[in-house]
Design a protein around this ligand. Structure first.
Ligand SMILES: Nc1ncnc2c1ncn2[C@@H]1O[C@H](COP(=O)(O)OP(=O)(O)OP(=O)(O)O)[C@@H](O)[C@H]1O
Ligand SMILES: [Mg+2]
Length: 170
């Protein structure tokens, strides 16, 4: 199974994903954490962040998870996905796919701005920021949407919500 956390930069994908893995590992040893930043570290950042580069990255992330899943390795993916077609691909190719949309409001993201992306984009110093100059299509078929107030709760409470809704893992 692949649990995929979608949301804009700062939505909490890495934070929630890491905590989810920490809580699931005692029960599921064959579980890996596939974080968006790790994907770019593993393969290098040459695709860049424009839409074409994001397509390359999306393909890498989905195909990696498919390879793991086909060998019985579960994955938690914490990756900003802006392509509904790759979300559909995931649903078709993984043995089981549970998509969580962290619908954190833009004003909260801009306040967090942990990478300084939004401030730089607003100053006109950075391009290709999703939610600013790259549109973010809302995922059409998430299995779970966490919007305010739920998505503003502390990470452990959000993880509890996901665990409650997760289908049984064999
Ligand atoms: N539920 C939450 N409540 C308060 N702060 C949070 C919450 N979730 C995440 N944060 C904080 O927001 C910041 C961004 O979180 P995180 O790195 O998990 O986002 P992300 O979605 O992985 O972003 P990116 O796409 O840039 O990697 C961090 O400083 C984190 O501590
Ligand atoms: Mg992250």
């Amino acid at each position: 199974m692949v649990i995929w956390l979608i949301g804009l930069s700062g939505a909490g994908k890495t934070t929630i994903g890491a905590e989810l893995v920490r809580q699931l590992r005692p029960r599921i040893a064959n579980l890996v954490f596939v974080d968006g930043d790790a994907i770019r570290e593993v393969w290098g950042d040459s695709p860049g962040h424009d839409i074409a580069g994001r397509q390359v990255n999306a393909a890498r992330a989905s195909r990696l998870c498919a390879m793991l899943d086909s060998q019985g390795i579960h994955a938690v993916a914490a990756i900003l996905s802006i392509f509904p077609e790759w979300q559909a691909w995931n649903r078709q190719h993984f043995s089981s796919y549970f998509e969580v949309f962290l619908d954190t409001p833009m004003d909260v993201l801009e306040r967090r701005d942990h990478k300084g992306l939004y401030a730089a984009a607003r100053r006109g110093e950075m391009k290709n920021v999703v939610g600013v100059d790259i549109p973010f299509p809302r995922p059409p078929r998430p299995d779970l949407v966490l919007a305010p107030p739920a998505v503003l709760e502390p990470p452990h409470a959000i993880v509890d919500r996901i665990l409650t809704r997760l289908p049984a893992i064999t």
